[in-house]
Write a protein that binds this ligand. Structure first.
Ligand SMILES: C[S@@+](CC[C@H](N)C(=O)[O-])C[C@H]1O[C@@H](n2cnc3c(N)ncnc32)[C@H](O)[C@@H]1O
Length: 250
């Protein structure tokens, strides 16, 4: 498993949902899983957004993530929402075998670009294909991070059930390599109680981006019969798109 998959542990897992700029809109994933008309799998489900919304809407969805801390938080959230025990799998999206197939597999957001290189993204697409039955479909978003990221940007918020405790994330440094298509952000996470920093960790958050052409080629090689790259509005994605979704069918 790539080391990067352990970014979301400890203080970072605790801060993730609180500091997330925009939680994923469940609507497109719900429509996608509903159309599949059978069990769905969310890869990199993290602490449950949007998977728990889909389960609440009556869909059968399993989750897979490489962070035990994120999965623990997901089950706690499910219990709080009275959704019972969720089928959660601890594993690497580039190397998993759940011993069954699904009608739909999706990633909510571009978490596949957290894998370190083309080979591991190709392996994740091949695992996805193997977990789809005949006629099954996958939906996998990609993004290319902007080069002019905001070094020094701070995001902070008060912990919901602990007034006076703030969690804070600061963008410390960016390293970007256009040749290898790697964009790394050094992030500093802090717990601040009554103005004092009581805990801090610094971690590199690494994105390996693909162009539309790269992603389509990897998906075709991974064993999908149908491969389309679409823009947010659903039309075919231009080759220079910085946000696009692969729609894949076995
Ligand atoms: C940006 S979070 C997204 C979580 C959730 N989908 C959401 O939007 O709230 C990325 C998730 O990807 C997971 N992840 C990173 N690398 C992974 C890997 N190789 N295999 C499985 N999950 C991975 C992390 O543990 C984390 O929970």
């Amino acid at each position: 498993m790539a080391d990067d998959s352990q970014f979301y542990t400890g203080l970072v897992a605790e801060a993730y949902a609180l500091l997330a700029s925009a939680p994923p809109d469940p609507a497109p994933y719900e429509r996608f899983a509903r159309r599949g008309n059978g069990p769905a799998l969310e890869l990199a489900c993290g602490d449950g957004k949007p998977m728990l919304d889909l389960i609440e809407a009556g869909l059968e969805v399993d989750g897979l993530d490489s962070s035990a801390d994120m999965l623990d938080r997901c089950q706690v959230a499910a219990t709080r929402r009275r959704l019972g025990n969720v089928n959660l799998h601890l594993g690497d999206m580039a190397d998993f075998d759940l011993g069954r197939t699904y009608r739909s597999v999706y990633v909510a957001g571009a978490s596949i670009t957290l894998l370190p290189d083309d080979d591991s993204i190709g392996a994740a697409l091949a695992c996805t294909a193997r977990h789809l039955g005949e006629g099954g479909r996958a939906m996998v978003p990609f993004w290319i991070p902007p080069a002019d990221a905001d070094v020094g940007r701070v995001i902070e918020a008060e912990v919901n059930d602990d007034p006076g405790t703030m969690l804070r994330c600061t963008m410390v440094e960016i390293e970007r390599d256009e040749a290898t298509r790697n964009h790394a952000s050094l992030l500093r996470y802090e717990r601040v109680i009554a103005g004092d920093v009581t805990e801090a960790v610094e971690r590199w958050w690494n994105v390996h981006w693909l162009t539309v052409d790269d992603a389509v080629a990897l998906a075709a090689h991974a064993g999908f019969a149908e491969v389309q790259a679409r823009s947010l509005g659903g039309e075919p994605a231009p080759l220079d798109a910085t946000l696009f979704t692969l729609r894949l069918a076995r």
